[in-house]
Design a protein. Structure first.
Length: 440
């Protein structure tokens, strides 16, 4: 069968699609697997209980078991392409209540997960543009700090349109302990990017907290990025999939701001509802209209099921309470446990951990590891432990000469204590052996 160029673009195997298949296959195998590789949120009892309760309440309005007419009407009908209006109204009041952003319903659109939002936004702001003389010019999405989210890499309909900046690496302490580092935006390199200076950037985008590193860009870094975006008249897209106020998996003391040049993307996935495929975009009216138009073509209307579950939780702030009281402390504890286990497993070996500031991962740096972390991934897989090697997390960067991109791994902390303990034990054994052999 012959596929169009579009078809070929989206069906060609990518490194990461093969890896994801690999992770999926490993889970299906009859051998026990220490799954530290995926992006699934953890199963947290309080979260599951609340969702189940809310789900049950969708079917009945009261103790007499009378069907909840508004929920049924909502699910039995398409919404308009912007998304479920009751959820949008609840979100408008919620954000205005907590952040004073002065939003109206014209500032919010829903998507089928935030991955769907990035597909729209990166194709809206990256790719071929017509200049004033109607000549075609290519514009890119600027990633101010890579490593960045793997899921951005292949969303462009044609080619890849990224300009990316490598990080400053600062050694830092964490809870008074050595052995940590933090990435910071290299603003000199960013401001000197020819693509930025020549008007070839369509938008700036960062995830905050960042998948894969757990980094949280500081308020100063965000303010600087917002200023650059305004100066070049391009939007700043903030991927808030792990950020505040939900799921609030963020431990550093920072603020969330919004203005009409900012496109904020939220998701219900990391509060524990990835299967609901619900994303939320907060942006200027013009962007919301564009997203709604794309929704109409691609989906007719976004799914309403996640909206139906989340609306009551947003209305009375239970989504925030759940995030503050259960989700955030859970991951913070997981991060501390994983750090402790890693330090025990690797002792004086050259392990550096990115300061855990949020998200559901730890990012480990094995400096001067004698093999690439892609090869390390294979060795760990043979021993039933899955992580993700770092080289895939650099969209827009040719990593062939960048050693650091081959020395790190992403490790999920969403697994239960036993899996974390067993997986980290294997990582410790394999990595120690590699360094020991290199010394001989
Ligand atoms: C940083 C980041 N952004 C976006 C997404 C996409 O999430 P979803 O489409 O489930 O909302 C993910 C998922 O892992 C992510 O880690």
């Amino acid at each position: 069968m012959k596929f169009s160029k579009f078809g070929q673009k989206f069906t060609q195997p990518t490194g990461i699609s093969q890896l994801m298949d690999d992770l999926g296959d490993a889970l299906k195998s009859d051998q026990p697997v220490n799954m530290l590789g995926g992006g699934n949120p953890a199963k947290i009892d309080a979260v599951n209980e609340l969702f189940l309760e809310t789900y049950k309440a969708l079917g009945t309005d009261n103790d007499a078991g009378v069907p909840n007419s508004s929920a049924i009407i909502s699910m039995a009908n398409y919404s308009n392409p912007q998304g479920d209006s009751a959820f949008i109204d609840a979100l408008v009041s919620f954000f205005n209540r907590h952040y004073d952003w002065d939003l109206t319903s014209e500032n919010i659109a829903l998507t089928n997960g935030s991955q769907n939002a990035f597909f729209y936004l990166f194709n809206l702001f990256g790719g071929a543009f017509a200049d004033e003389q109607s000549q075609s010019v290519d514009k890119s999405i600027l990633l101010p700090l890579t490593p960045e989210y793997i899921g951005y890499s292949d969303v462009h309909v044609e080619g890849q349109h990224f300009a990316a900046v490598l990080p400053h690496i600062d050694e830092v302490t964490h809870d008074g302990e050595e052995g940590f580092f933090k990435y910071r935006v290299d603003f000199d390199a960013l401001e000197n990017l020819p693509a930025l200076q020549k008007g070839r950037i369509g938008a700036i985008c960062c995830s905050r907290p960042t998948n894969p590193t757990g980094n949280v860009l500081t308020d100063d870094e965000m303010a600087h990025l917002a200023e650059i975006a305004k100066r070049y008249d391009i939007p700043l897209i903030i991927d808030n999939a792990y950020g505040m106020p939900f799921p609030n998996i963020i431990y550093s003391d920072v603020n969330l701001t919004w203005d009409d040049n900012t496109i904020l993307c939220f998701s219900l996935s990391k509060i524990g509802l990835p299967g609901m495929r619900t994303g939320v975009i907060v942006a200027d009216k013009e962007v919301i209209e564009a997203v709604s138009a794309m929704n109409a073509v691609v989906n007719l209307a976004p799914t309403r099921f996640g909206a139906a579950i989340a609306t009551p939780l947003v209305k009375d702030d239970r989504i925030k309470q759940l995030s503050d009281d259960d989700i955030k402390p859970f991951y913070q504890q997981q991060a501390s446990l994983a750090v402790k286990l890693l330090k025990e497993a690797l002792g004086d070996y050259p392990l550096m951990i990115h300061k855990p500031e949020g998200a559901i991962f730890l990012w480990l740096w094995f400096k001067d590891l004698p093999i690439s972390t892609l090869e390390l991934y294979e060795r760990l897989k043979e021993k039933g432990t899955l992580i993700v090697p770092s080289q895939y997390f650099f969209p827009g960067v040719d990593v062939s000469d960048y050693q650091h991109a081959h020395e790190c791994v992403r490790m999920s902390i969403a697994a239960d204590e036993q899996t974390l303990t067993d997986g980290i034990k294997v990582i410790g054994e394999v990595v120690r052996e590699l360094y020991d052999e290199a010394k001989k």
